[in-house]
Design a protein around this ligand. Sequence first.
Ligand SMILES: CC(C)(COP(=O)([O-])OP(=O)([O-])OC[C@H]1O[C@@H](n2cnc3c(N)ncnc32)[C@H](O)[C@@H]1OP(=O)([O-])[O-])[C@@H](O)C(=O)NCCC(=O)NCCSC(=O)C[C@@](C)(O)CC(=O)[O-]
Ligand SMILES: NC(=O)C1=CN([C@@H]2O[C@H](COP(=O)(O)OP(=O)(O)OC[C@H]3O[C@@H](n4cnc5c(N)ncnc54)[C@H](OP(=O)(O)O)[C@@H]3O)[C@@H](O)[C@H]2O)C=CC1
Length: 424
Amino acid sequence: MTPTSRLSGLRDHDPLERRTLVEEAAGLGPGALACLDPAQGLTLSQADHMVENVVGILGVPVGIATNFRIDGVDRLVPMATEEPSVVAAASNAARIARATGGFSTSTTGDVMIAQVQVVDAVDPEGARLRLLEARDELLALADAQDPLLVSLGGGANDISVRTLPTRTGTQVIVHLHVDVRDAMGANAVNTMAEALAPRVAEIAGARTLLRILTNKADLRLTRVRAVFPADLLGGAQVVADIEAASAFAEADAYRAATHNKGIMNGITAVVLATGNDTRAVEAGCHSHAARDGAYRSLSRFERTPDGDLVGTLEAPLAVGLVGGATRAHPTARAGVDLLRIDSARELAATIAAVGLAQNLAACRALAAEGIQRGHMTLHARTIAASAGATVGEIAEVAARIVADGRIRVEHAAEVLADLRRSSS
Ligand SMILES: CC(C)(COP(=O)([O-])OP(=O)([O-])OC[C@H]1O[C@@H](n2cnc3c(N)ncnc32)[C@H](O)[C@@H]1OP(=O)([O-])[O-])[C@@H](O)C(=O)NCCC(=O)NCCSC(=O)C[C@@](C)(O)CC(=O)[O-]
Ligand SMILES: NC(=O)C1=CN([C@@H]2O[C@H](COP(=O)(O)OP(=O)(O)OC[C@H]3O[C@@H](n4cnc5c(N)ncnc54)[C@H](OP(=O)(O)O)[C@@H]3O)[C@@H](O)[C@H]2O)C=CC1
């Protein structure tokens, strides 16, 4: 069976039934996603080998975003998040985008940047040029640190050097550009930077300080585009209002912060589900949003000549399929298996698509009925649980507080007490 992500009504099943349906739809064998079950996920001893002073494990819900078609391939996407309505929103937007073929992506490649900071240079500009003259030597020295990466077609491929006036004097900053292939690349480029530092100091006739990657990974940009039909969004006025909402986020930092948070609801959930570094990706995305000096939205929504809505997003996505927790964490491995991806680029493309989908869903809701109708309806289950409802009581309590239009903990407690009185 050709894998499909169109799993209408997945919500109507229980988690175990959903997992089976997802395994089948993704073309995986029975039990392929068993590691998504807490009982077969990360063990305490595995966790104890990942970070320090381990005493326990925090469980995070993993939902499956459906309907995604990315560069012509259907993908069911794992999203690790505690926030209600995020998975539903992404799935809904992906459903709408399917009508025009889904999401199309492109990438600038897999290049990460390591910085080497040079201080106390007597002749900063002279040092800069001497370092540029030594480019080939420095690249070879970097490559010597990671023969496996070079054998895979990766490795150091350029340097750039600039002088940087600072309040402690003019510094010389070396950027080492490294193609890290399918790794996130932090450890790889940090190792190279530390190996280069003594030779850089010698050439510059100065001292080196920081040798570390930058998370402003703007040589590793992923771009995604999708067209959302006006009729599926709610008509021409909704298209115009989403475009006005986008213009607001492009022009105002206060709105852009929330607009981008909506994007990161999608991006971070997939980064986490695949065992990647959420802090690195978020630092990269937010620094990219401020790349021209003002903090702006990472995405844009525009009306097409046909009156539909085209969404575009560009962001640095430093994620890997090897290294980090991706291979060490069984649940992350199951998430990657579900995606059926073969490269870090495909993972980044998927992440960008979910970010754009999340963003569209939020902006559509905001521009149409408001965010609370969809969000709070799904949030009602969390409210019911907060009021003390058991697993068997949550659905009834949630339905009642939604019907009453009072999605609040104290009302849920009243409904719960009433439910228990009537059933005793
Ligand atoms: C919540 C919906 C989707 C309901 O929207 P709806 O039109 O009532 O949904 P529906 O019942 O017609 O279902 C349509 C599709 O949505 C999905 N869907 C729908 N419900 C579920 C569910 N329970 N479980 C799983 N999937 C669900 C599902 O894909 C379904 O189709 P199917 O695949 O079944 O044929 C809509 O109201 C929505 O998208 N709201 C936006 C909510 C949102 O964006 N939440 C994110 C958190 S808030 C946030 O991002 C921060 C923010 C808002 O500040 C960002 C910003 O300011 O930009
Ligand atoms: N963002 C930040 O500021 C920082 C983040 N980190 C953390 O480090 C974690 C992992 O960094 P990363 O460098 O990716 O991890 P690893 O060093 O664990 O993995 C990269 C290594 O995997 C090997 N490898 C095997 N196959 C491939 C392939 N196809 N492509 C590339 N490498 C391959 C290479 O091994 P070999 O060594 O033999 O070449 C490569 O060096 C990140 O997830 C992050 O959490 C760490 C420091 C700072």
